[in-house]
Design a binder for this molecule. Structure first.
Ligand SMILES: Nc1ncnc2c1ncn2[C@@H]1O[C@H](COP(=O)(O)OP(=O)(O)OP(=O)(O)O)[C@@H](O)[C@H]1O
Ligand SMILES: *[C@@H]1O[C@H](CO)[C@@H](O)[C@H](O)[C@H]1NC(C)=O
Length: 301
C-alpha cells in the first residue's frame, strides 16, 4: 500500500444546487431555473485540492450505499485519491447539502473504529487535516492519533462551534479559520487584518502553535508562538465569480505545502495557498474551480 503524505479525515457531501429567482418560503414549492449536483463536503474538497497539486493523499470518510455514494467514489478515483478508507454505510444516505435541506447523512457515522482501521495511514502521513463536518469527537480523536504519532495536524474548525472542546487547540499544530468562524470561536469580530491578528493571538493562548485567519480578498493573517507578531499575507486583486470552496482550496493547498515543502517559510506557503485559492474564486463551482498542478505557474512547485 502506498503511503499517503496528506491524510484527510472529514466529510463528503453531494451539493444539490437549485437556481431559483428567489428563495422559497418555508414549505413553499417553487420551480427552479436550473438544477445540478456537485461534489462538496469540506473534507473531500480539501483532499481534492491537495491531490490536484500532486499530493499523495488518503481520504477517511463515510458515504451512503446509494447512487450519490457510488458517484462520489468515482469522483475520488478521477482525482487520484485512494478509496481504501472511504466507507459505505448501508443505513444512511450520502451527505447532501442544498439551499433548503441540510443533512449530514453518512458523515456522522464515521466513527473511532474507522480511524483505528486507518491508524497505520494516519500515523505515517506528513500532515493530517480535519474539520467539523463529522462528529467532533471523531475529529478530535484523529487529531490526537496524528499528533501522538508525530504527524503535523492542520485543523479547520468549520463549521465553527461555540463550545469547542479545548483539547482541539492543544492537538492542533495549525488552526485555520475564516472571519466568521474566528468570531464564533473568540467573540472578536473580524473586519480587517488587525482584528484577525488579535484573533490569532487569542487562539494561540488556547494552545495551538500557529493560527491562520483567512480574509477573503484580503488574503490571510498568520501568527505563531515562535514570534508573537501577526503577519498579513495579502493576495492578488481579482474579479471573483464564485467564492464557494475558496477556504477549502486554501486549506488543501496549505496541506500540500506543509507535506511536500516543509522547509519553506510558513509565510511563503501562505502566499502560495492564497494564489491557488484566488484562482479558485475566478471559476464557478466548488471542486470544479480548484486548479490542477499542470495549469499552475511552475514556480509554485
Ligand atoms: N474575492 C477574493 N479575491 C481574491 N482571493 C480570494 C477572494 N475570496 C477568497 N479568496 C482567497 O481564498 C482564501 C479563503 O477565502 P475566505 O477567507 O473567503 O474563506 P472561506 O470563507 O472559508 O471561503 P468560502 O467562500 O468557501 O466559505 C483567501 O485567503 C484568499 O486567498
Ligand atoms: C466561513 O465559512 C463558513 C462555513 O464554515 C461559511 O458559512 C461562512 O459564510 C464563511 N464566512 C466568510 C466570512 O466567508
Amino acid at each position: 500500500m502506498a503511503v499517503a503524505e496528506v491524510v484527510v479525515v472529514g466529510s463528503c457531501m453531494t451539493d444539490l444546487v437549485s437556481l431559483t429567482r428567489r428563495l422559497p418560503k418555508p414549505g413553499e414549492t417553487i420551480h427552479g431555473q436550473k438544477f445540478f449536483t456537485g461534489y462538496g463536503g469540506k473534507g473531500a474538497n480539501q483532499c481534492v485540492q491537495a491531490a490536484r497539486l500532486g499530493a499523495k493523499t488518503s481520504m477517511i470518510c463515510k458515504v451512503g450505499k446509494d447512487s450519490f455514494g457510488y458517484d462520489y467514489i468515482e469522483n475520488f478515483k478521477k482525482n487520484g485519491i485512494p478509496i481504501e478508507f472511504v466507507g459505505q454505510a448501508e443505513d444512511a444516505a450520502t451527505g447532501a447539502a442544498s439551499i433548503i435541506v441540510n443533512g449530514e447523512g453518512a458523515n456522522l457515522l464515521l466513527d473511532i473504529g474507522d480511524l483505528k482501521r486507518a491508524a497505520h495511514v494516519i500515523t505515517r502521513a506528513k500532515v493530517m487535516v480535519c474539520q467539523l463536518e463529522v462528529t467532533p469527537s471523531v475529529s478530535l480523536e484523529a487529531l490526537k492519533m496524528a499528533h501522538t504519532g508525530g504527524v503535523k495536524t492542520l485543523f479547520n474548525p468549520a463549521p465553527a462551534l461555540t463550545d469547542l472542546d479545548p483539547q482541539f487547540y492543544t492537538y492542533s499544530d495549525i488552526i485555520c479559520c475564516n472571519e466568521s468562524e474566528a468570531e464564533i470561536l473568540t467573540g472578536i469580530a473580524v473586519g480587517n487584518p488587525e482584528d484577525a491578528g488579535r484573533v490569532g493571538l487569542a487562539l494561540l493562548e488556547r494552545g495551538c502553535k500557529t493560527a491562520v485567519v483567512t480574509l477573503g480578498p484580503e488574503g490571510c493573517v498568520v501568527v505563531s508562538t515562535k514570534e508573537l507578531i501577526p503577519k498579513h499575507v495579502p493576495t492578488k486583486k481579482v474579479t471573483a465569480v464564485d467564492t464557494t470552496g475558496a477556504g477549502d482550496s486554501f486549506v488543501g493547498a496549505l496541506a500540500f505545502y506543509l507535506a511536500y515543502y516543509p522547509a519553506l517559510p510558513l509565510e511563503e506557503m501562505l502566499r502560495k495557498a492564497n494564489f491557488i485559492a484566488t484562482i479558485s474564486v475566478q471559476a464557478t463551482g466548488t471542486q470544479s474551480s480548484f486548479p490542477y498542478r499542470k495549469d499552475l505557474p511552475q514556480d509554485l512547485f
